[in-house]
Design a protein around this ligand. Structure first.
Ligand code: SAH
Length: 213
């Protein structure tokens, strides 16, 4: 598979749709225009890659819907060189969006099959996260903490305490919280001991599961 002008045209249309749905962050929209989402998916879904929909990937997981990726990334309010922890590497598409926004990305995946597949894909494509880890994101990544930003791309029944504790003061955690449906939730660490919490409507994610598989 390769990237063509036709794909680029479809990405421009997708970015336009995301603007209509309320995405305003220019660097996020640039990432959507730039990143060949069709290459992150099985070839059987290639024709659908630029619809604003989630699709199946390996290990019964999904590549998030472009609007969701854009919305979560916009909420992060990224600045260049920030250290960002991502829980749920999956297809690597969200990782690529973070990298395009010039973040230093540490990404964790609990499914071995996906971890292996996506790690290879990053190499092939020249995407360079700081670390690609096979592990349980519930625990965060104490060795590399604290982080400027943390993004969780699976539905968490509750907010893992470890993630809150690994945020810098001034840092932001964006996490979908809930069982059947999730409420997109933003935590900002305002002081060593205090956090503010803001909620942003409901989304649907595959579940955040404990341990490795
Ligand atoms: N950002 C990804 C979303 C993939 S779906 C993309 O756009 O492709 C969510 C991913 O989170 C799945 O790959 C799932 O295996 C992973 N996941 C679920 N629980 C996890 C955990 N505790 N630690 C790390 N990854 C987890």
């Amino acid at each position: 598979m390769k990237d063509t002008l036709k794909h680029r045209g479809m990405r421009n249309q997708l970015a336009q749709l995301l603007i209509e749905k309320g995405i305003t962050d220019a660097k996020v929209l640039d990432a959507i225009r730039d990143i060949p989402r069709h290459l992150f998916m099985d070839s059987s879904f290639e024709g659908h890659a630029y619809q604003d929909k989630a699709f199946p990937i390996a290990a019964n997981q999904t590549i998030s819907q472009p609007y969701t990726v854009a919305f979560q990334t916009q909420l992060l309010e990224l600045k260049p060189s920030m250290h960002v922890l991502e829980i749920g590497t999956g297809s690597g598409y969200q990782t690529a969006v973070l990298l395009k926004c010039r973040a230093k990305v540490f990404t964790i995946e609990r499914q071995l099959e996906l971890f292996k597949k996506t790690s290879l894909f990053f190499k092939k494509m020249g995407y360079r996260p700081k670390k690609t880890i096979f592990g349980d994101g519930y625990k965060g990544l104490p060795k590399d903490a604290p982080f400027d930003r943390i993004i969780v791309t699976a539905g968490a029944p509750e907010v893992p305490k470890a993630l809150l504790s690994q945020l810098k003061v001034g840092g932001r955690l964006v996490i979908p919280v809930g069982f059947e449906e999730q409420i997109m939730t933003l935590y900002v660490r305002t002081t060593e001991k205090e956090f503010t919490k803001e909620e942003f409507g409901s989304f649907k994610f595959v579940p955040l599961l404990e341990d490795k598989n």
